[in-house]
Design a protein around this ligand. Structure first.
Ligand SMILES: [Zn+2]
Length: 316
């Protein structure tokens, strides 16, 4: 814990993880622990409804707590480190608002906010698989590809709130050699406006696209991973291609950051064998020789937002 923390670690804080569909809410009395968790639908259209929902959660779960107990938020989307505005998130009620400042004024208490990938990395660095590590990179292998960075326990909030977004940047490789055959790599438009980003092929959605590209069949990412584990030829080809496409940019990320640990989150991180294979392939391509596993699944694959918020609430 940073010496600049302004709130004693044993003081309670409210934590909320705001997604496009649900708000998860809890009370934390210690970094890394969040209790009394509940889940309510996210009011997506109206800011007034957001304030009312948060106020009712605080009232319900805050009995006996000090009146200005802080609230920390994990949210989808990027938060500008310059303006505090929430960007590129599919929740109209939040778009363009300085989320933490607006909620702080409305709820009359300190409010801090960070995006969900950043909260996941904070959780892992303070209470999960990367405790005590100097440089911790988080990689999110969810629907797409995201990430975040914590150095010396502090969240790195980059220019415009963009840090660790290694999913956006074109894959430089144009073809893959697999099983003695050469396959072209699809170059797809990315929501960020570029073409061929890792995000288009490197998450669960990307693995499914690769499978369709190679085999003209639709299978879910979990079915593909299961097929790979069971040595089915089609799925093995897809996963081997995926591993190569993801491991190469990941090795570059490692060479740039020199992380002590990389924690993987998102749906694909629930497959420990997949992350172990990615770790092995990435480490084969980096300059520093890591003798121990570098990339590991996070501890907080489902609670990273709330647990990260429990860290965030206690930081300046
Ligand atoms: Zn992109």
């Amino acid at each position: 814990m940073s010496s600049s923390a302004i709130i004693a670690e044993d003081s309670a804080v409210f934590c909320a993880d705001i997604g496009g569909s649900f708000i998860k809410f809890g009370v934390s009395r210690r970094v890394g622990d969040v209790e009394e968790t509940t889940k309510v639908p996210t009011p997506t259209a109206s800011w007034a409804d957001v304030v009312t929902t948060m106020q009712s959660l605080i009232t319900h779960y805050g009995a006996g707590l000090p009146p200005h107990t802080p609230l920390a938020l994990s949210t989808a989307g990027l938060i500008s480190s310059q303006t505090g505005e929430l960007l590129s998130v599919n929740i109209p009620a939040f778009t363009g608002r300085p989320l933490a400042a607006a909620l702080s004024a409305a709820l009359n208490r300190p409010v801090s906010a960070a995006n969900d990938a950043d909260c996941f990395v904070l959780a892992e660095a303070h209470a999960g698989e990367a405790q005590g590590c100097t440089v911790v990179a988080g990689i999110i292998l969810g629907t797409g590809v995201g990430g975040g960075l914590v150095i010396n326990g502090q969240l790195v909030r980059g220019q415009g709130g963009v840090t660790g977004e290694w999913g956006h940047g074109a894959i430089t490789r144009t073809e893959l050699a697999l099983n003695g055959k050469t396959y072209p790599i699809p170059r797809l438009s990315c929501p960020c406006g570029q073409i061929g980003c890792l995000d288009t092929l490197g998450g669960a959605r990307g693995m499914e696209r690769l499978h369709r590209h190679f085999h003209q069949r639709d299978r879910s990412s979990m079915e593909i991973v299961d097929g790979w584990l069971n040595q089915q030829p089609d799925s093995t080809l897809t996963v081997n291609a995926w591993l190569q496409l993801v491991a190469e940019p990941l090795a570059l990320l490692v060479n740039i950051l020199g992380p002590s640990k990389i924690v993987a989150g998102g749906g694909l991180a629930s497959s420990a064998p997949l992350i172990a294979a990615l770790d092995k392939q990435a480490r084969a391509g980096v300059l520093h020789r890591y003798d121990q596993p570098l990339v590991t699944p996070g501890k907080f694959l489902t609670q990273g937002g709330l647990v990260g918020a429990s860290v965030l609430a206690r930081m300046v």
